[in-house]
Design a protein. Structure first.
Length: 256
């Protein structure tokens, strides 16, 4: 859980707690569940939640100060082994996390990446954080159903920086269905609301099939809309490859 993250689109990974529950098809082969079971971080995945120790909670402050010293902004992916907006997480834990985020905002140097499969909880759980400037809020859209459901919720409930994670990508997804049309007031309004799209295949021994044309389709949609596209991983010659080439180019774009 750490300082030099193995996740290609972030600099740091921070887990304030460990534990989650299955909510959609993307959860079937959940790597967090497998890791938590292997290392006995929780007694029973889906029911048990474990708050990490105080030493771990101090790391973001250290990272923020170092980033300021280095004169850079570093990304910190929060809760790779959980979901910040999981209603089963104790209220105090989430509030302590938000206090930590605010403390690092005062220091500077960090952009927090909060990724959720529960955007319906954003408005009530994150209401007091709408003005925070160091958070980029995202949703997982592993298939068309979840893209249709979650993207409008994110854009309706959150007006700050955002991103979409299409990982694991389980089928071809047309983002334009939800991307460019959202209900505003009494009718539809064309919007260009996404800041960043991340895409990737499933990993692990039971990884579900992935088609390169699915990634190519999302890439083309992003290029057309002028949205940064990040292809994290996909099978190449039967081997999972991090930051693979797609049509002769590594697509590792970040938002400004």
């Amino acid at each position: 859980m750490g300082e030099n993250s193995k996740i290609a689109w972030t600099d740091h990974t921070f887990n304030p707690w460990i534990g989650c529950q299955k909510v959609s098809a993307g959860c079937k082969e959940c790597y967090a569940r497998k890791l938590a079971t292997r290392y006995h971080w929780v007694n029973e995945w889906g029911k048990d939640y474990h708050r990490t120790n105080e030493a771990n909670w101090k790391k973001p402050i250290k990272w923020a100060k170092q980033a300021v010293k280095d004169g850079v902004i570093r990304r910190i992916f929060c809760a790779s082994l959980a979901d910040v907006f999981d209603a089963n997480v104790p209220y105090q834990w989430r509030w302590d996390l938000f206090e930590l985020i605010l403390e690092t905002e005062r220091i500077g140097g960090l952009e927090w990446l909060l990724l959720t499969k529960r955007p319906e909880n954003i408005s009530k759980m994150f209401e007091d954080m709408q003005c925070v400037t160091n958070v980029r809020l995202g949703i997982t859209a592993e298939n068309q159903e979840m893209a249709n459901k979650r993207i409008p919720m994110l854009l309706d409930f959150w007006t700050g920086k955002n991103f979409i994670s299409i990982e694991p990508m389980l089928e071809k997804i047309n983002l334009s269905i939800t991307w460019f049309t959202a209900t505003v007031g009494d009718g539809p309004e064309s919007i260009h609301g996404l800041d960043w799209v991340i895409c990737g295949s499933e990993s692990g021994t039971n990884a579900r099939p992935f088609d390169i044309d699915w990634a190519r389709s999302v890439r083309d949609q992003c290029v057309t809309a002028g949205v940064p596209f990040f292809l994290k991983q996909m099978p190449v010659d039967g081997k999972l490859t991090i930051l693979p080439e797609l049509d002769g180019k590594v697509w590792n774009q970040f938002p400004k």
